[in-house]
Design a protein around this ligand. Structure first.
Ligand code: M6R
Length: 367
């Protein structure tokens, strides 16, 4: 059932191109100019009435929600807050009837997320669930459901469910943009065309798995490392750090690249590995100057950058891994893949149980 792969996690990483295709299938109009989400029951009037969005989730799904915030705000121009589900209920969130609450859960059974969903409904909000399990508790209790068509995810570390959640956020934002008029047809078509290229682009990253295995093996001897990134690269850094901790048990921290000098820079010593995401052209210069700060303190920097920008990046990093070019807003759908593979190979190098890391369950049904 692992289809020739040594672990479910590796199989699921390799299933991402298919998960992308399946999650988009039937949801992009034939002419490539609009998104169809026929399963949504919300009306155009309702979409026009949304004043804010709360995204609530746990763990990796929360990290997808952090990307979702930037995606919805930039494409649909609706203000978004993203919260950890176990915190949401206890901070008296301001939930009004014009708040759309989006809960994100691979399993659809996470107790904290389910409790947040109920709290949102009690306060009169409409709830949209993004889940991988059609008949789950969260799917049943939500007003609307958008299914990620990632297929069953067995490994405790979430990979293809996370990336499929990103695809759903892109589709939903474009769908809202159509009603709200925040993007014109040409802009929508451009994003959709770029999304159609993602599966093949992921495949080209997967072809370089052995390069990432070597990087992972060198990282695995270090007790601690850092992930840095700016803008939409930062939530990807958080996800890369969680994945590595979860299955390799190597300590790591993710920082917005510009925040390091406000404290944590003291921990960067000779040889400390730093994984720097540098995919946002607008923030390129700033991130490179943050990389220089860590390099000056002896860090060993792996850059995750874009094809075509190697020359400039190579001057600043020790090793560069380039991902294919896509639109800046879509980079998380690619840049997380090398981080997943690094975590996988680091766990493997250390002899851990990749698919069943210690102290974790696939679905957390206690609050
Ligand atoms: O099933 P869910 O998406 O609600 O699960 C949420 C988290 O427990 C989950 O993403 C967890 O962080 C993963 N094991 C991370 O790989």
């Amino acid at each position: 059932e692992k289809a020739g792969f040594d672990h479910f996690m590796l199989k699921e990483i390799y299933e991402q191109p298919k998960a992308y295709r399946d999650t988009m299938l039937g949801r992009v109009a034939d002419d490539g100019k609009s998104v169809q989400l026929s399963e949504l029951t919300m009306t155009k009037d309702y979409i026009n009435s949304i004043r804010k969005v709360h995204i609530v989730a746990c763990g990796t799904a929360y990290h997808a929600g952090l990307v979702g915030k930037t995606v919805i705000e930039s494409i649909a121009r609706i203000p978004v807050e993203t919260d950890v589900a176990s915190e949401y209920r206890y901070r008296s969130p301001i939930i009004t009837p014009d708040t759309l609450v989006i809960v994100v859960s691979q399993s659809g059974e996470t107790a904290d997320t389910l409790a947040a969903l109920r709290e949102a409904k009690r306060n009169g909000a409409r709830v949209l669930a993004i889940t991988n399990v059609v008949g789950s508790s969260i799917a049943r209790e939500a007003d609307d459901v958008l299914v990620t068509l990632a297929g069953p995810e067995i490994a405790v570390a979430s990979t293809k469910a996370y990336t499929s959640q990103l695809v759903v956020f892109y589709l939903l934002s474009l769908y809202f943009a159509d009603t709200l008029g925040t993007k014109n047809t040409a802009e929508v078509s451009e994003i959709l065309a770029a999304m159609q290229e993602l599966p093949e682009q992921v495949e080209s990253i997967l072809e370089q798995a052995l390069v990432l295995r070597d990087i992972a093996e060198s990282i695995s001897s270090h007790p601690s490392l850092f992930f840095i990134g700016r803008g939409i690269d930062y939530p990807v850094a958080l996800e890369g750090s969680l994945k590595l901790k979860e299955i390799s048990y190597i300590h790591s921290e993710a920082y917005p690249a510009g925040e390091l000098k406000h404290g944590t820079l003291a921990l960067i010593e000779e040889g400390v590995p730093v994984i720097a995401l540098v995919t946002q052209e607008e923030l390129y210069e700033k991130t490179l100057s943050n990389i220089k700060e860590v390099k000056a303190r002896g860090a060993n920097v792996l850059g995750i950058g874009n094809v075509g920008y190697e020359e400039e990046a190579n001057k600043s990093v020790d090793t560069l891994f380039s991902i294919p070019r896509t639109l800046p807003i879509l980079t998380p759908a690619l840049s997380v893949v090398p981080l997943q593979l690094i975590s996988y190979y680091a766990s493997l190098a250390l002899g851990h149980d990749v698919d069943k890391p210690r102290n974790l369950a696939k679905s957390v049904t206690v609050e």
